[in-house]
Design a protein around this ligand. Sequence first.
Ligand SMILES: Nc1ncnc2c1ncn2[C@@H]1O[C@H](COP(=O)(O)OP(=O)(O)OP(=O)(O)O)[C@@H](O)[C@H]1O
Length: 503
Amino acid sequence: MTGQPWLSAVGLHKQFGPTVAISGADLTLRPGEIRGVVGPNGAGKSTLMQILAGNLTPEHGEIRIDGTPVTFRRPGDAIAAGISLVPQEMRLGPNLSVADNVVLGNEPRRLGFVSARRSRQLAETALRRLGAHLDPDAAVTSLSPVDRRLVMVARALARDARLVILDEPTAALAPHEAGAILTAVRSIAATGVSFLYVSHRFDDIEQIADTVTGVRDARVVADLPRDQIRRAALVALVSPVDELSHPVPPTARAARAAATAEPVLRVDDLRGGPLQGVSLAVGPGEIVGVAGLSGSGADELMSMVAGITVRAGGTVRVAGGALPSGDRVRAVRAGVAYVPGNRTLAVLPNHDIRTNVSISNLRSFSRWGVPTGGRETTVVRRLMDAVRLTAAPGQTISSLSGGNQQKAVFARWMARDCTVLLLHDPTAGVDVRARAEIHQRVRELAATGLGVVVVTTDVPELVELSDRVLVLDRGALVADLPGAGLTEQAVLTAMVSTPVSAR
Ligand SMILES: Nc1ncnc2c1ncn2[C@@H]1O[C@H](COP(=O)(O)OP(=O)(O)OP(=O)(O)O)[C@@H](O)[C@H]1O
């Protein structure tokens, strides 16, 4: 990072109706600077990024590039000025090749026609700059999540970005997969490109950021130089010390010696997709973590148990009763709750928070089939408090920040009596404070006797939460790590170094 700031934002202010999303926000960037952006859910980080990317127009404030004020009325204006946003969710054309995806929206033309040769060259150059060894002709659907993410970053580079805004780029990646993204960012920054790196993963921020902007309650509250970027400082930005005065005690693992009881979930010889005969049992009160990279079969394990995907073979039993294959309704009736990793699959976007939280349990809020709103609102408010979601139950869910939507989805399943709780990336995009709260709620739910399965690429989360961790690799169970002595290192080692005999 060298030289004077080339970009500065001064006094940016944006509100949605009465909600002030960001106010008086200042920010500068030097060539090659990697600026981490941290703060609790709903703080205003995305709003600030959306303004810089031309997706939102601020009511007040100014953006200057090389000293000259600029006005962005649409994303194309920001892109033309060298600013590209890489959103958290994958936005790739599934039927297009890698090269076509890199140039998407920016296809080089000759005499009015898209030039396939130039497209390919442009894509190859961008991928090379990232150090991504990908075949430009490959179908993007054949790529791993980390390579898909690199394709999205390559798209920004192909547009000659001077600033790339990355929103939670590693949220669904395991630590060593995330390393590929961090390495690419570092090498591109060394060529003078600046980055805004928005993340709740403090490991990433500590490793990569030159500076950190802290956002809290719609304000920029900190601008940290490199030597002040420490874990304690980052945690304090999200959760001031007074709010941490109620540390959440982990339930003693030994106290839940439930493994001896009859399993609430029993999976035998499960087959289908990559799964090649996986068997496992989860006892009442037990939290079983499942680790696995993409292609390991962890996603399919969840969706088959949840009755969403048809299985090719094997049996699934809940509290002793066999579940038919691919029957979601029967699975729900048997008490299988499923919180998917992809939030967009779970949220009812045009409905309010109350409906989104109570939908799994409407019958208990109804008398003679007619919902009784008062009790519903009371219960929903209690659940919202439990996950620290501060909002009005009548607010439309799509007006919440991403992390707060995730809290609402989690609260939905807390409302329901279930026997087995399947959690996929339960705290992706959730701030550290709410993460601890959600973990505690999961432990409390487990303590009532239900069995919990957690699938996540977040290895620290697996270790914090699980009584034992199963590791899947290419459809086979390759390790069963007991709670005693469970460490991140042990899980990571099992994930990346499967003994040949087990393959
Ligand atoms: N389209 C919208 N309509 C109404 N309110 C909105 C809208 N978008 C954001 N907000 C509100 O603005 C505030 C800031 O939201 P923002 O998405 O910027 O937070 P964030 O810091 O990115 O959170 P997260 O870490 O959860 O992604 C929140 O109170 C949110 O509810």
